[in-house]
Design a protein around this ligand. Structure first.
Ligand SMILES: Cc1cc2nc3c(=O)[nH]c(=O)nc-3n(C[C@H](O)[C@H](O)[C@H](O)COP(=O)(O)OP(=O)(O)OC[C@H]3O[C@@H](n4cnc5c(N)ncnc54)[C@H](O)[C@@H]3O)c2cc1C
Length: 371
């Protein structure tokens, strides 16, 4: 008998949602994370936006799981008092040349099941008078959630159903054996090992490393991750009064573009930019020298932003499957029997909209494990 039926590696929002979803059926579930607490990496270093599902290609997992996850999240927030604001979002064309991009987003949104409304400049300005716009899309289903509170909710649900959370526990080896896997971990008591019947790899930036530990050839599988940093600058309280909804430009190829982020407390930030890191080093410092770029990007959306309104804030790192300049890659959500790893589920490349999609990703994992 294995020590546990299911081990979930990684207690970010995805691993937590998976643990909350599976613990009722598998009460001895173990959730492992190398950090002292849950949610200390990408899941707490993002825009906290609940995306409606406007942009992703038709039929992709990102499109389907974003729309399902968004519906599930709004319902969870309402039922469990998780702080959130359904602010809605404006995607603004700031120049005439951006208008065709709005047409494309409108088309993708309607195919994906995300309601949007096309607005003239006058109507957009009636909603947010301080923005720059020649026309916009209004997405009423977008908003923000307190990601920490959401993660606390998932953790409490998993624990209440009988799961155990092991922080400060880094997975350093995985060996398939009859009936499951031997997992080697490094923790406060040194190096130990236990067995698990099934494994869910929700290790975020290290999901490819964990897959490789289990014996997957990550290059042949197309699982190699590229780290792409996104920095934010916070805005002064004067600026925070300029706008009360999410305001995005038309998206850039590698990210949704520096946008206006409001949080559940009404604070305002601009970001994130997109900077592929040459090496895998989790350096979350925000370079103050980026201020000029951020002021320019902020002014494209809100012309009244001044030089003194912005200060360096947080940064996060995206686990991207596509390298710089490459085209769209979808989430990888794969049960790996075909690679000789039955009951092993890889979740790789869970970048945006991973926070929004987390409850729907958890359902997908449950479906794959049922076989
Ligand atoms: C700048 C930025 C902005 C974003 N904005 C949004 C947004 O507005 N809306 C949205 O929906 N999504 C957004 N995202 C995406 C979203 O944040 C992620 O998709 C989501 O947080 C991924 O969660 P995760 O649980 O997969 O990863 P993580 O939160 O990174 O969790 C993975 C966990 O695995 C653990 N781990 C790694 N290796 C090991 C090991 N060997 N042993 C044990 N534990 C290990 C880590 O410690 C970590 O806690 C954004 C991302 C970034 C970077």
């Amino acid at each position: 008998m294995p020590d546990t039926d299911i081990a979930v590696i990684g207690a970010g929002v995805v691993g937590l949602a998976v643990a909350a979803r599976l613990a009722a059926e598998s009460p001895g579930l173990l959730l492992l994370d190398r950090n002292p607490r849950h949610g200390m990496e990408t899941s707490s270093r993002n825009s906290q936006v609940v995306h409606a599902g406007l942009y992703y290609p038709e039929g992709s997992l990102k499109a389907r799981l974003c729309v399902e996850g968004r519906r599930r999240l709004w319902d969870l927030c309402a039922r469990h008092d998780i702080p959130h604001r359904r602010t809605g979002k404006l995607v603004t064309a700031t120049r005439e040349e951006d208008l065709p991009a709005l047409d494309r987003i409108e088309q993708a949104a309607s195919t994906n099941g995300a309601p949007v409304e096309r607005l003239s400049a006058e109507r957009a300005l009636a909603i947010e008078p301080a923005i720059r716009t020649v026309g916009a899309l209004w997405s009423p289903e977008s908003g923000v959630v307190d990601a920490h509170a959401l993660m606390d909710h998932f953790l409490q649900r998993a624990l209440a159903a009988g799961a155990t959370f092991l922080p400060r526990t880094e997975v350093v080896g995985i060996a398939p054996e009859s009936g499951g896997y031997r997992i080697e971990v490094r923790g406060p008591a040194g190096t130990e090992a236990f067995t698990a019947g099934r494994i869910v790899n929700a290790a975020g930036l290290e999901a490819d490393t964990i897959a490789a530990l289990a014996g997957v050839d990550v290059d042949a599988a197309g699982y190699r991750l590229h780290w792409c940093k996104g920095s934010y600058f916070s805005a002064s309280s004067r600026c925070a009064k300029l706008v009360s909804r999410l305001v995005y430009p038309v998206p850039a190829p590698e990210s949704l573009g520096v946008h206006v982020v409001v949080d559940t407390g009404g604070r305002l930030r601009f970001g994130p930019d997109a900077e592929y890191l040459p090496a895998r080093a989790a350096d979350y410092r925000v370079d103050p020298a980026k201020k000029g770029e951020f002021v320019a990007a902020a002014r494209r959306l809100l012309p009244d932003v001044g030089e003194d309104d912005l200060e360096p804030d947080i940064a996060g790192i995206r686990p991207k499957l596509q390298g710089k300049g490459e085209t769209f890659r979808d989430f990888v959500i794969a049960e790996e029997t075909a690679r000789g790893l039955p009951g092993f589920v890889d979740l790789v490349g869970i970048e945006s909209p991973g926070l929004t999609a987390a409850p729907a990703i958890a359902d997908e994992v449950a479906r794959l494990l049922r076989g």
